[in-house]
Design a binder for this molecule. Sequence first.
Ligand SMILES: [Zn+2]
Length: 138
Amino acid sequence: MLQGLTCPRCGSRNIAIVASGSLTYKCLNCGHTWTPTVQGLGYVSTKAGEIHWTELKKLAEEAQVNAHKALNEGVRDCDALIKRLQEQYGSYLDTREIIKIALLSVKRYMEEVRYRDPQLFNELVRELERCRKLYHGS
Ligand SMILES: [Zn+2]
């Protein structure tokens, strides 16, 4: 999710921010965590420019809420959901992160409708599978 950042241990670009007292990065590939020494201020560079990591975290949470709202409004299509998030948060969150948020939102929504609407649940199972392929293919 963070541009130009690689894991110092394994070189993976699959890096996430961990919410803790100070800015901490976590490699999603090998699990290594570290604190950047250069950006002491806690700013992360995105397409839209430098942004503080707490703001970025907030945006990711907001994206999650919006994804849930979209599902509630009847958006069932994974691509539509991702496109919507991309339009709103594409300048801050990268595609991989957005797909991850969409995936998580569908998963949560599934649990909500599981017993209330089994047909919808099944529909979402298929959609989630599609979403997963997108996530792992990118
Ligand atoms: Zn790593």
